[in-house]
Design a protein around this ligand. Sequence first.
Ligand SMILES: CC(C)(COP(=O)(O)OP(=O)(O)OC[C@H]1O[C@@H](n2cnc3c(N)ncnc32)[C@H](O)[C@@H]1OP(=O)(O)O)[C@@H](O)C(=O)NCCC(=O)NCCS
Length: 195
Amino acid sequence: MTGTTHLPIRLRDTDRHALTQHFLALDADDRRLRFGASIADDGIRALDERIDFERDEIFGIAGDDLRLLAVVHVAFYPTKAELGLSVLPEARGRGFGNALFSRAVMHLTNRGVREVFVHCLNENGAMMHLAHKNGMRVVREGSEADAYLELPRATPGSVLSEWVWDQNARFAHDVRRGTRAVLDALVAIRPRPAR
Ligand SMILES: CC(C)(COP(=O)(O)OP(=O)(O)OC[C@H]1O[C@@H](n2cnc3c(N)ncnc32)[C@H](O)[C@@H]1OP(=O)(O)O)[C@@H](O)C(=O)NCCC(=O)NCCS
C-alpha cells in the first residue's frame, strides 16, 4: 500500500517535462517492458510530445523532491481503455504500481468504460503478478500477453469516492510542493561561509 502522502494525482500539460524526465529515467530494459521496444532518448522525447492531455488521462505519484516516481497512462479506444504503467526502479515494491492501477480503474469506471487492458511481455513477472492480483484475464500470444479486466458500472458511491481521492491527493501534493519551495528558499538565503 502507498502511504497517505503518496497518492496518485492527475497530471496536466504543465507536467510534461516531469513526465519526460520520468520516462528518460527508465533504462533500456524497462523501456522495452513499458513500450515494447528499447526506445532511445530522442524517441522518448518525441513520444512525450505526442501525448495528448485532453484526450488521454495520466496519473502520477511524486516523491518528496517532486520527481515523478510512478506513472500510468490511460489511452482510450471506442469500447475500452489501455493502461501503460511505469515505476522507477528505486520506488518499486512499495505498492505504487497497484495504486496507479486502482486509480485508473476508478477513473474509467466513473466514465462508463466497461473494459480495460494492459499489453505486456510474458516475461514481465511484476506486471503478470499485478494482473493476476487484480483478477485480470490474461491472454497470451507468443512472447506477449494482454490482460483484460471487465469494469463495474459507476455508482454515486464510486463517483464520490473518486472526488474524495482527488481532494486528498491534490492536498498532499500541494503540501509537498509548498514544503519543497520553503526548503529551496532556505537553501537560497543560507549565509555562505566567508572565504
Ligand atoms: C510493473 C511495475 C509497474 C510494477 O510496479 P511496482 O510499484 O513495483 O508494483 P507494486 O509494488 O504495486 O507491486 C508489485 C508486485 O509484483 C511483485 N513482483 C515484483 N517482481 C516480480 C517478479 N519478477 N515476478 C513476480 N512478482 C513480482 C511484487 O512482490 C509485488 O507483489 P505484492 O504487491 O503482492 O507484494 C514496475 O515493475 C515497472 O515499472 N516495470 C517496468 C515497466 C513495465 O513493465 N510496465 C508494465 C507494462 S505496461
